[in-house]
Structure formats: C-alpha cells, structure tokens
Design a protein around this ligand. Structure first.
Ligand code: HOZ
Length: 426
C-alpha cells in the first residue's frame, strides 16, 4: 500500500504540531509506522489522503456507532448550521440532549462540557468540593483524560509511550491520587480501611478501554460502591467510552450499579466535540450558579454538537442496536481467533455491545500488569500486517476497538479475509 501523501503530510505536520499530531495515540510511533492522514469516511470505511480505503475499527474512538457520515446526523448538523454555530447562551437543544441522556441513566442533573477530560476533571472538582476531602483513588491503566490529578499510572497513550508520570504535574497534587490495581478487591478494601475517611472519590472505567478492553469484574465494581457508601466517598464512573456504547444505559446498566457521578464524552456528541457529567441533584446543585463550585465553558452545550449528539442518541434509543453490535463483534473476533489459531498465535477477546478488544495472550488480562506482559513486538507485526491489507485497528495493545451498525456481515467477511492475508505477511 502506498502512503506517499500521508508521509508528506506527516513531515509537514511535524513542522507545526508537536510530533505531527494533536493527540499522541495517533502518532503510530510505538509501532514504527507512519500515521495515516484521512480525508473522508463513509459507513465502516475510511479513505486516506492517498485514496486507500480502510475498514475502520476505531470509529473516532467511540462515537461512530451508526457508521461514518450517517445521513441522520449530517442532516441534523446541516439544519443547525443554517441557524448559527455558537451563541454562548442557552438553547433548548441542550436541555433536549440532557433529557435524552437522563432517560437512560439514573441521573438527576447533567452539565455539558466539550470533552471527556473536562467531564472527569469536573467530576473530581465536585467530589472534592462536596466532601471537603482531597484524596482520589483511581486504577492503574484506567485513563480519564489528561487531567492533572488523574494522569497517574494512566492507560491509553500514556502507557503506549511509557510515560507513567508526566512532567508538569506538581508532586504536591499527584500525592493526593492513589492508583490501585484494577479488579483487585483486596487492595481497594485495604486501602479504604486505612484512608477511606479522607477519600473524596473513587473513579473507575467500569469497562476499561484504555488498557485494551478489560471489563471490570462484577464483585470488584460492587466493592467500589460498597466502599464509597461506607466511607462517604463519591463513586465516579468514567463512561466516556462505554456510555451509550456497550448499552443504552452504559456499563452501569449492564452491572446494575449506580455511581454518584458519571462522566460522558465523545460518544454523546455523534462525532462532534462533547462531554457531559451528571449525577445526584444534591451533588450537581453544588455547581455555580446554584452552588459554590465553579465550572464553566463558552462552547459548552454548543448547538452544532448538541444537534449531532441528539440525533445520534434519538436514533440509538429508537433502534437499540447493542445486541446486534455485540453479535457482529463476536463474529469478527471468533473469525480472527480461528485465523490466529491456524498460525499458532495466541488470541483472546471480549466484547460488550459495540466495544471490543483482543489480546495476543493465552488468557484474558484482568489488569494493566497482565496487558503489559503481552507481546508488544508480535502485536506490532500483526497490526502492521492487517493495516497493510486495509484494516484499521487501534494502533496500540493499550486501546480498545469499536464496531458500528454498518459493519454488516459482508464487511466482517471482508475484514477476516484481509486479516488472514495480513497474517500471511508474518
Ligand atoms: N484516550 C482515547 C482512546 N483510548 C482517545 C484517543 C486519544 O487520546 O486521542
């Protein structure tokens, strides 16, 4: 496959943008590849600057549940476009999107922001403000955006590039964050027994998607709820990727656990930059102007983003496509397992609704440590083989995969044929 234009564009980008990318996971540095520069997308396909076509299993890291350039979402954006792009003032459509989210979640009030990072950052502030405590508990390998307090032993690009503790975060701030092992009940219970009274919040990705795809164990997530109830700490579910992705009601619906606060992100924006956070009224009412905790944003609730998000959520609520998404994800993954097996390459996988993951491993990892031990070199070779054939998986073993309703049987078969050819290259 020729990537001449992408290579040229990358060289040019590096002159103007650090590392040539606006978010590190796009850089392909860890897999010794050249990032692909795209120019168009439709359904399950991406077209790059050289005209190559790829079957996309990233889906903009979650939002493209109905595939790229879905006409319902495009039309909603076009209609709003005619009416203006930003007013910096309230609109009815913000309330519409909030009500749509609330219809599926046990949430009293929500506030719109512009990204998942802003959502988790704001949840932390509310939790600290409400409890008058500083300490935050997170789990190693979970990534909650690039918030200072949460960029401690984080997953996603941070682990992909081996930067567990980023410079620029004051030690005096990081010392308030404890990072414990994911899915380890004993560790969280021991920690809370000693420090529970000073813990403002426990934040977790109930289905982790930033150390590959690792679902939280039922009893682990229940232990978090119990510990928060016992010590008066706030339980925050980061559903930036899992919200409206694994089920209409997100991971909290699948596990039957209600957090105190939930962070949403890109998925609820249908491809435009959006985030939101919400939860119990007694917590959310502490936000200004109702209460003293300050949080704000000129573009928060931006009408274009609200239009796109509402169009997507309305469609998802109407169609409830999660069972069929999971069936198609499993069809892809069982097919891949057979191909990998024929090459004597270990392969394990899992899927919830439209979110999935696979590892080159004998057993499904349960935490960051397990993922770290999997073969990065083999992942790289497998990845580049598949990419060369036109399959665009996430370029790191520390990332999850996403499937859309446009990944129909024909597209899955096409993918499997390409994966098979990609593995021949090994
Ligand atoms: N962290 C997300 C993926 N795990 C979003 C991708 C990004 O950081 O650019």
């Amino acid at each position: 496959m020729k990537l001449n234009k992408s290579k040229e564009l990358f060289l040019e980008a590096q002159k103007h943008i650090p590392g040539g990318v606006n978010s590190p996971v796009r850089a392909f540095k860890n897999i010794d590849g050249n990032p692909i520069f795209f120019q168009a997308a439709k359904g399950p396909y991406l077209t790059d600057a050289d005209g190559n076509q790829f079957i996309d299993y990233i889906g903009s890291w979650g939002p493209m549940i109905l595939g790229h350039s879905n006409p319902i979402i495009l039309n909603a954006i076009k209609s709003q476009l005619e009416l203006g792009t930003s007013y910096g003032a309230p609109t009815a459509i913000e309330t519409d999107l909030a009500a749509l989210i609330k219809s599926q979640y046990n949430i009293d009030k929500l506030r719109m922001v512009n990204s998942g990072t802003e959502a988790t950052m704001s949840c932390i502030r509310v939790a600290r403000g409400a409890t008058q405590r500083d300490k935050i508990v997170k789990f190693t390998g979970c990534y909650h955006g690039h918030v200072d307090s949460l960029l401690v032993k984080a997953g996603s690009g941070v682990s992909t590039f081996g930067l567990p503790d980023s410079p620029g975060i004051p030690a005096s701030l990081a010392e308030h964050t404890a990072s414990l092992e994911y899915n380890n009940i004993e560790e969280i219970n021991d920690f809370m027994q000693t420090h529970g009274e000073s813990v403002a919040a426990i934040i977790v990705e109930p289905i982790a998607g930033n150390m590959g795809y690792i679902p939280g164990h039922d009893d682990f997530l229940l232990a978090l709820r119990t510990a928060c109830d016992k010590y008066g700490s706030i339980l925050i579910f980061d559903e930036v990727m899992s919200g409206f992705r694994v089920a209409l009601g997100g991971a909290q619906q699948l596990y039957g656990i209600t957090p105190d606060l939930t962070a949403f992100g890109k998925v609820i924006g249908g491809g435009l930059p959006v985030g939101a956070f919400g939860g119990k009224a007694e917590l959310m009412n502490m936000l200004a102007p109702e209460g003293p905790i300050y949080q704000a944003g000129t573009l928060s609730g931006n009408p274009l983003a609200m239009a796109a998000g509402s169009a997507l959520l309305n469609e998802l609520i109407k169609e409830n496509p999660y069972r069929s998404l999971e069936i198609m994800a499993n069809q892809l993954l069982t097919g891949m397992a057979e191909i990998f097996q024929s090459k004597s390459i270990p392969f394990v996988y899992g899927a919830s609704g439209g979110m999935f993951g696979f590892f080159i491993a004998e057993e499904m990892p349960a935490n960051f440590e397990d993922v770290s031990k999997t073969d990065s070199e083999l992942f790289k070779r497998v990845y580049l083989g598949c990419l060369e054939e036109g399959v665009y998986f996430a370029p790191s073993k520390f990332e999850a995969g996403f499937i859309s309703t446009t990944h129909v049987e024909r597209v899955i078969d096409e993918t499997l044929a390409k994966v098979s050819k990609g593995l021949e290259r090994l």
